[in-house]
Design a protein around this ligand. Sequence first.
Ligand SMILES: C[S@@+](CC[C@H](N)C(=O)[O-])C[C@H]1O[C@@H](n2cnc3c(N)ncnc32)[C@H](O)[C@@H]1O
Ligand SMILES: [Zn+2]
Length: 514
Amino acid sequence: MVIHGVDAFCDLHGEHVPAALVGVLGIEVVLAVPTGAAAALDDVLVVVADDDREVPVLLHAALADGVDRAPSAVAVDGEDTRDYGRGEFARVGEGVPPVLDGRHWHSILVASVKSGGFASGPVAPPERPRAGVVPFNAAAPRGDGMEVTEGAVTVDVPAQSGDSRTDAVFFNPEQELNRDVTVAALRAYREREPRAERYLDAMAASGIRGVRAAADGWAATLVDRDPDAVALCEANLARNGCDGEVRHDDANAVLWDPERVFDVADLDPFGTPAPFLDATFANVRDLVCVTATDTAPLCGAHMQSGVRKYACVPRNTEYHAEMGVRVLLAALARSAARFDVGVAPLLTHATRHYVRTYVDLSHSAGAANETVDALGFVYHCPECLYREHEFGLHAERPDACPNCGGTNVLTAGPIWLGPTHESAFVAAIRGRLTADMGTRERATRLLERVEGELDRPTHYDQHKLYGRWGEPAVGMAAFLDALGDAGFRASRTHYGGTTFETDASVAEIRDVAP
Ligand SMILES: C[S@@+](CC[C@H](N)C(=O)[O-])C[C@H]1O[C@@H](n2cnc3c(N)ncnc32)[C@H](O)[C@@H]1O
Ligand SMILES: [Zn+2]
């Protein structure tokens, strides 16, 4: 029996939860289970993982706890449904962890039958709103707010009731790491480019990001098209004794305004930043910071949406988070090049449900040409996980996989094939994290990992390789040592605990792998 789960990111509105499951499983309860927790619901066991690579680990623990049948699972991502089912889990009993196809960015839900089955036939719709499906922007009525302290500031935000979708001003506590890193990046950037003073928080919501920048000495402008957000921004600036301009306007209108120049612009929209890129690169002087939360289009899980938003072909591979990073950077590069602006990524990370990048700008046609030169294609064999990349804007896909002869070689691109960060700058950011930051330790670990990454396309997942080879995986340290001993460069990556980057081909990895 296959039990359906739902990817919390890809299916925010729960539109693709099979109707028969809504009443039975209580998906809203399932998705409210904290990350990493397991919950027993009658005859099902549900595991919600932060990252699909954690699922096998959590599943092992759950199995050890007495689930008596091999589980199977389906992930629903809106445009296609993948049965991770029986094949992947068949060898659990032999101690071989299941290897999930990396089609999902995060929060895959796995269900397992202990005994019996589900009732068949029509199921009544749930009686209450689907809490947890919309995890963060559900807020209590206006006036019923709460205080949040991040870094040196304390702001008011709408209370988060988590049980309904309202039009309250958005606040996501999960983005604290993103904001902490932003503040540190702005500090590091000001040392690199002392003329930078004016910071635009183009989608400010509660204003927490812009207020933090203002408290750090930036001449901050906070913009939102929601009048309630604007009022909250004003109150939060005042509450912290910060100067700053607040505008009730569309971000694009502010960015296109010839009377204004911003040294740094920060885009933090709902979903894709694509509609704001041209105005940003046309007018910003020094640094552009972008958050993109539309990971399904970015990584190719929702391919047509990715094609529409990013004018490239994203492919859903096992390095899906990196695909998202490179698709986003390519879109930034193309937008910038339109205005004779070149971009150099200083830091890019894929964390939880978003990609965040900071790109340094150079205003010259030559720099723009170099930026375009960093675009190209990845050819990927889903059979053996071979991949190669090629710079340029003409794709010349191999007819067959040079490694296994498979003829289903996929083309992704044009995507960004250049560096995704500058290690020295990442180290500088790390050095600007301060003790008042709530996520300092996590941010430090993230930045250390990014800093040490071999920065080339595209990373591998060690567990997925061993899965393809039908062998049990070994420890990462021994694995990387084996590559190093054979003369290859290799590093871990921030994309996941079993991911690594190397200049060895998939065949060479196979040869030297312990
Ligand atoms: C994800 S929230 C921003 C969160 C905020 N930056 C933070 O760190 O908490 C997105 C905000 O963008 C605003 N927004 C959406 N489209 C906009 C536009 N075209 N111009 C200005 N604001 C916009 C929304 O009203 C919302 O408040
Ligand atoms: Zn192949």
